[in-house]
Design a protein around this ligand. Structure first.
Ligand SMILES: Nc1ncnc2c1ncn2[C@@H]1O[C@H](COP(=O)(O)OP(=O)(O)O)[C@@H](O)[C@H]1O
Ligand SMILES: [Mg+2]
Length: 349
């Protein structure tokens, strides 16, 4: 009997299309789509017994977003706590579909979408991460920084992704600087596609206080290595526990997310550097993935220090495999989706 797949995702989403193409390319039946909006709205969802269910992102869908966070502009920042509660309830619904086998683990996805828990799990496993503390307001961020003697931090909404609401913040001699893609428009905080620098402390306070309502993870700023003046990090995708794909992301500012103008850099920058750097990156990503043993794939955001020796993990993404056209580091010509289908077909999951 041939394998049968289903995907919990968004109709028309590129991820669903790419995964389906990889399944069909193996001569297997096209996966059935289980729309996230149906799951979240409590509509009937199901799949034939024996179906292998891949859980993918509920993103890029206005209906799903409204069900997750309540009605409003899908580009707005915030609402993470509500989003997370509804999202994890949706995950539980998916896990309860009779007869299906999950290709991931809803508990692990839940940890990866909580930057505090994810950080604690990595730290507990000895994976290098920047030191961090939790905060709920600007005053708490500043107090926590003062207690630790930190002048530069990354402030991250606990349930954020795609740099939504992330602030690269520094304070020196009474002056502050906040770099973020969040922007006020019509009284609402929205994500924009570029970053700006805010130096007015009153505005920074207002921004952090609004985001703080949903919980903040404050991390010490890890000085990243740069190339041609651009700080960079890597997104490393693991499949069945092994790093299989890697891309260097050159940032235009302190955030390297590709939709914020970051660009794919030359992997040789890191792979060809010598001094065991590449091996260290792979080892750290393998250990980060080992914290999520029931996940078929993870996307590790890993930073190389300005010393070109130290390495630290910024986060692990549950849905971090959307890297169209990126082929595996072993040179087998497989993209992230073909790699995952192969792992399942070979029984490595
Ligand atoms: N502690 C840190 N020090 C330096 N840069 C960081 C730190 N944390 C995150 N970054 C940068 O900011 C980007 C966004 O942070 P990340 O934790 O990946 O959140 P998101 O879920 O929004 O992508 C990362 O790709 C990384 O380059
Ligand atoms: Mg990230």
């Amino acid at each position: 009997m041939s394998l049968r797949f289903a995907v919990a995702g968004t109709p028309g989403d590129r991820r669903v299309g790419l995964f389906s193409a990889a399944v069909v390319a193996r001569g297997l039946p096209e996966p059935r789509l289980i729309p996230w909006a149906d799951v979240l709205a409590g509509r009937e969802v199901g799949a034939p017994a024996g179906t292998l269910l891949r859980i993918d992102s509920p993103g890029e869908d206005a209906e799903a977003d409204a069900l997750l966070r309540g009605p409003g502009d899908p580009a707005r920042v915030g609402g993470g706590a509500t989003w997370y509660k509804t999202f994890t309830a949706g995950l539980a619904r998916l896990a309860a579909i009779p007869g299906v086998t999950l290709l991931g683990d809803v508990g692990e996805i839940g940890v990866m979408f909580d930057k505090r828990r994810c950080h604690a799990v990595l730290e507990g496993a000895g994976v290098p991460v920047p030191p961090a503390f939790g905060a709920g307001s600007y005053a708490q961020v500043r107090d926590g920084m003062a207690d630790r003697g930190w002048a530069r931090v990354f402030v991250k909404p606990v349930h954020g992704s795609s740099a939504s609401g992330v602030i690269a913040f520094q304070a020196h001699a009474g002056r502050v600087q906040a770099v973020t893609s969040a922007r006020w428009s019509g009284g609402v905080l929205r994500n924009s596609l570029d970053v700006r620098t805010v130096t007015d402390e009153g505005e920074v306070r207002r921004l952090v206080d609004v985001l703080g309502a949903d919980g903040l993870q404050v991390e010490r700023w890890f000085p990243k290595a740069s190339a041609d003046g651009a700080p960079f990090d890597l997104r490393v995708v693991t499949v069945a526990g092994t790093p299989t794909h890697a891309v260097v992301r050159m940032g235009v500012g302190p955030m390297t997310n590709l939709h914020l103008g970051g660009s794919r850099g030359d992997l040789e920058l890191v792979r060809g550097r010598g001094g065991g750097l590449w091996e260290r990156v792979l080892d750290v990503c393998t250990r980060a993935a080992a914290c999520f043993p029931r996940s078929l794939s993870t996307g590790v955001d890993v930073m190389v220090g300005a010393d070109w020796r130290s390495v630290a993990v910024a986060e692990v993404n549950a849905f971090g495999d959307l890297l169209p056209g990126l082929m595996d580091i072993s040179g087998n010509g497989r993209d992230t989706y073909a790699e995952q289908v192969r792992a399942v077909v070979d029984g490595r999951r």
